[in-house]
Design a protein. Structure first.
Length: 633
């Protein structure tokens, strides 16, 4: 396997969550396959659980019945966040996992090759198709030493984000090794692999060793364990050395996960809100550390503190260990076992709040309050701020590190209660699928025209997130199954006039900067612009999942030859791109170029189509679904 080559990975397991799952299953249904062809597929409900009206509940019912129909496990709302539950209940070292959520690599903490993708790619994998990607480069991360009192796994990944930035991992996998790895439990490793997504990485991977065995054994799954580690003398593109003994508590400051500063530098800043939870930091060990820090104290009167546990099993364990009662006693509000505030579903901070969250993303507006400043921290740093009312260094506090594995063992027997196993084939085929009125069919793109002469609908800078393109939160998420409705919110958080402009123009281009489409895997960030008539995105570079989603939905991804040509284009310019069919031809070289004419300015620029031979075949067919169907017939 040579980095840069097109490769295909056989997928053993898939996961979906409700906000991306409805579209994934609608697409899977059209493939005409009778039952999933993976070893295991799981449908989780964890994002859209506010149920303000019938919409979310209808989606849940659709997901439950479609899972029963096609041989898929169903994780009921309340069972927890997909990545945490998957790690605890289904993850297996050495298996491959494809998930319609960007934090799917969390399972890399168990030694799985776990990759996030758009829903359509996951649907194809459920149908037995391989997952195609460009062979990533592998970066080694050598950890030495051991975490000191008050520092946490979060501080390791924040250190990597500080060094590598949110673009550093694009096209890469990070593989962890070194004596420092042994000191880290699976939940700690999973914090690091989870936030590998913020580096832009394709995946992150830890070995499977005796710590992995310990974790799986505690959960009653010792038989899933196998030993796995990098070959002796394995070669990496480069190796990053981190002495974790030297790390100090850190925080990612507003509004980017790579804006990392030492907590000591921020100490004393008044805090309004604290939230512990999400798929990043809501393990039993995280909750135990938070409970020890708040023991005998109370949440500061000016702070609103909440806990949203990542899984029901962990919450039961926290209850048995008297962790939960300690946090409740100290004044924490207990939210559902779901994504909740991480995706702006409730617990929004006040205007211009300082909110400390143990989550993984702090993009502007994602919390639900555009002006709030969100700091990403460890559970220890969050708990220290909850009781003191200001950012404070947890390593200066006197608290014990409790061994809580016994409680994980006790809670493990409840792990299956909220999971519905697949029906046997004879019962599955007669299962009726329920569809509420908010569930609309997925619109399909058309094969591209040979020549496009269209306006630039919006011009953007670097690191535009999929939250910018297609916001989430309580108002927008209920429309994830309804593309005509959700498309009204495209770019709404950063340019409220975009929808009208796009609707008036009928079609057009988007111009983005570097790392365009970083963050979430939501294919709605491609699907809704496609519905509005966006035919191509011209950017300096793309984030991996978003580029794949654009191609899946027939939008041409072009990259600028040089930044100067990007600079000279403005919103409203009319661009003409001709010879598109030749670019997409089988015989065309990889990443072929074309000259675009800026008719408004009387200039031209060179654009490279950022697409492999297979991508071009998909674009030629008018998107992935049409391509798959043409090949199945
Ligand atoms: C996120 O953390 O941004 C989400 C919400 O989990 C997304 C998926 C989505 O938008 O539905 C992700 O990470 O892929
Ligand atoms: Fe849910 Fe947040 Fe994790 Fe995304 S990052 S899966 S919204 S908890």
């Amino acid at each position: 396997m040579t980095p840069g080559d097109a490769v295909a990975v056989k997928i053993d397991q898939t996961l979906t969550q409700d906000a991306t799952g409805t579209m994934a299953y609608l697409q899977f249904e059209t493939m005409g396959i009778d039952r999933v062809r993976t070893e295991l597929s799981v449908s989780y409900v964890d994002h859209n659980t506010l149920q303000e009206d019938y919409k979310n509940a209808d989606d849940h019912r659709y997901l439950q019945t479609v899972a029963a129909r096609y041989g898929i496990w169903f994780s009921r709302p309340g069972n927890g966040v997909c990545h945490q539950v998957h790690l605890e209940r289904f993850g297996e070292p050495g298996k491959t996992l494809l998930g319609s959520d960007s934090h799917t690599p969390t399972a890399g903490g168990l030694g799985m090759l776990a990759i996030g993708a758009g829903g359509l790619d996951v649907a194809a994998a459920m149908g037995g198709g391989a997952f195609r990607l460009t062979m990533p480069r592998v970066i080694g991360v050598c950890l030495s030493g051991s975490l000191k009192h008050g520092t946490a796994a979060k501080d390791i990944i924040l250190e990597l984000l500080r060094r590598e930035t949110v673009k550093g991992g694009v096209g890469h996998v990070y593989e962890y090794f070194g004596e420092g790895v042994h000191g880290l439990s699976v939940p700690e490793r999973a914090v690091i692999t989870n936030m590998g997504a913020e580096l832009g990485a394709t995946s992150s991977l830890f070995p499977s060793d005796d710590r992995t065995k310990e974790f799986l054994t505690d959960l009653g799954r010792a038989s899933a364990w196998r030993e796995l580690h990098a070959d002796v003398g394995a070669e990496y593109e480069r190796v990053i050395d981190i002495d974790i003994s030297a790390l100090r508590p850190a925080a990612a400051c507003p509004n980017s996960p790579d804006n990392v500063k030492p907590v000591a530098e921020l100490a004393g800043l008044k805090v309004d809100q604290v939230a512990i939870g999400s798929c990043t930091n809501s393990s039993l060990e995280d909750l135990a550390a938070a409970a020890e820090i708040v023991r005998g104290r109370f949440v500061h009167p000016d702070v609103s503190a909440a806990l949203a546990c990542g899984s029901r099993t962990t919450l039961i364990a926290a209850d048995k260990a008297d962790i939960l009662s300690e946090l409740i006693r100290a004044g924490f509000r207990v939210l559902e076992n779901a994504c909740g505030p991480c995706i702006g579903m409730g617990f929004a901070p006040k205007t211009r709040a300082v909110s400390l969250r143990t989550f993984n993303r702090n993009f502007k507006g994602r919390s639900g309050s555009a002006e709030a400043g969100v700091y990403l921290v460890s559970a220890q740093t969050a708990a220290a701020a909850a009781v003191s009312g200001v950012i404070s260094d947890p390593s200066a506090l006197d608290f014990e590190k409790r061994d809580v594995c016994e409680f994980r063992r006790q809670a493990a027997r409840f792990a299956d209660d909220m999971l519905i196993p697949p029906l046997p084939p004879e019962r599955a085929t007669v299962q009726e699928i329920e569809r509420g009125p908010n569930i609309k069919p997925c619109p399909a793109p058309k094969p591209p025209a040979d020549s496009l002469s269209l306006p630039v609908l919006i011009k953007l800078g670097d690191n535009v997130t999929t939250d910018d393109i297609m916001p989430a939160g309580a108002k927008v998420l209920p429309f994830r199954s309804n593309i005509p409705e959700i498309s009204k919110f495209v770019f709404s958080a950063i340019d409220s006039a975009f929808y009208k402009r796009a609707a008036d123009a009928g079609a057009g281009f988007i111009v983005g900067g570097a790392n365009y489409g970083q963050g979430s895997s939501r294919e709605h960030a491609a699907l809704a612009p496609m519905f509005l008539g966006v035919k191509a995105v011209l950017a300096k570079s793309f984030a991996r999942i978003h580029k794949a989603n654009l191609i899946n939905y027939g939008i041409l991804p072009f990259v600028f030859r040089d930044a100067d040509e990007w600079r000279r284009i403005d919103q409203g310019d009319f661009l003409e791109i001709s010879g598109i069919h030749a670019l997409l031809d089988d015989e065309a070289p990889d990443t072929p170029s074309v000259t675009a004419v800026n008719k408004t300015k009387g200039e031209s620029c060179v654009l490279r189509l950022d697409a492999s031979a297979e991508d071009r075949a998909v674009l030629r067919a008018g998107g992935s679904l049409a391509y798959i169907k043409a090949r199945t017939v």
